[in-house]
Design a protein around this ligand. Sequence first.
Ligand code: PLP
Length: 383
Amino acid sequence: MSLRFAERATRIPDSGIREIANRAMELPGAIRLELGEPDFPTPRHIGEAAARAIAEGKTRYTATSGLRVLRELLAAKLKRVNGIDVPLEQVTVTSGGANAVFAAIASIVNPGDEVLVPSPAWPNYVMQVLACGGVVREYELNPVTFLPNPADLAERFTPRTRILIVNSPGNPTGAVLPRETAEALVDLAVRHNCFLISDEVYDELVFDQPHVSLFPLAPDNVIGIYSFSKTYAMTGWRLGYAVARRDLIVTMERVQEGVVSCASQVSQEAGIAALQGDQSVVAEMRELYRARRDMVVSQLQAVDLYTYTPQGAFYILVNIAASGLKSRAFALELLDRYQVAVAPGSAFGSSADHVVRISLASSERDLREGVTRIAALVAAHRA
Ligand SMILES: Cc1ncc(COP(=O)(O)O)c(C=O)c1O
């Protein structure tokens, strides 16, 4: 008799970025612009604090919600950066932002419940909703600005909608929600009696306009998701946190206790050092991303491929529609003929087959050369 797997698990799609990344690994010397993590090392003082923690035996389980000192520092950060003023009981530490999103979805979604997911978006939302037995309903972002249109989105709610997912600054778009749009989205969630997961893991990587945190707009409905991964170049430490109403935090911690028990103590000690240390490391990285963004934007303008300027995170979507190719075919050909790896737009949802994502967390030389070769491939098909 054959052994069966859960249907919902087998329906989780493969990552469209991984296909390109795996091929790129086989091509020594390929320019890698497809991955979404900082190219900087974790600042030295953070690593040293972790090494000290290990030497001191701080290598045990902590409370599910995280170390109290860390949560106190997080409450202060939420106040300083996000304008969120909550007691410690509304803050919980997780194994990365990904785990925080999962704990929220798992706490809210019953089988068959619908979750509104932006398209294009970070692919893990779809994976997590499916893993929880939920139904994904995409809502399209504007194809040029990559902002949601609240009037269109209003049409997507049904009586089964439980969560609206919003991500600003956005991956893969780099788009940052203006305040009025943020307010309109929160208003929609409240009117439809839904939760709103506001993924703000890139909150400290904004360039030209302030980041708007959604939690203060409707503290009963909004779950704020944050992370150390991007702000402090700490992707591998797996440290994130969430802010939400107290009863939801309690439920999320119940999920967390069953799944991970707690975030790694060593990583939590590193997080304490990150928050207590000099914050200029954050500004330095942000300014480097900004300089690279400006460089890529002017290069795209010069080759007639410019469409928009990302306002945050470290990604830019390049419109390759003039090539006549769909994004996956374009990414495969770009890698085979020009040895440049980019993430196909199709990896991020059904409305992004006209774009590829390049990561600004790459060296200026690779970015310059990569964009030159993208333009060459578009031109080769245009001719
Ligand atoms: C939009 C978005 N949310 C959440 C995450 C999760 O980050 P982490 O789990 O490393 O905190 C990522 C990582 O790429 C992301 O792009």
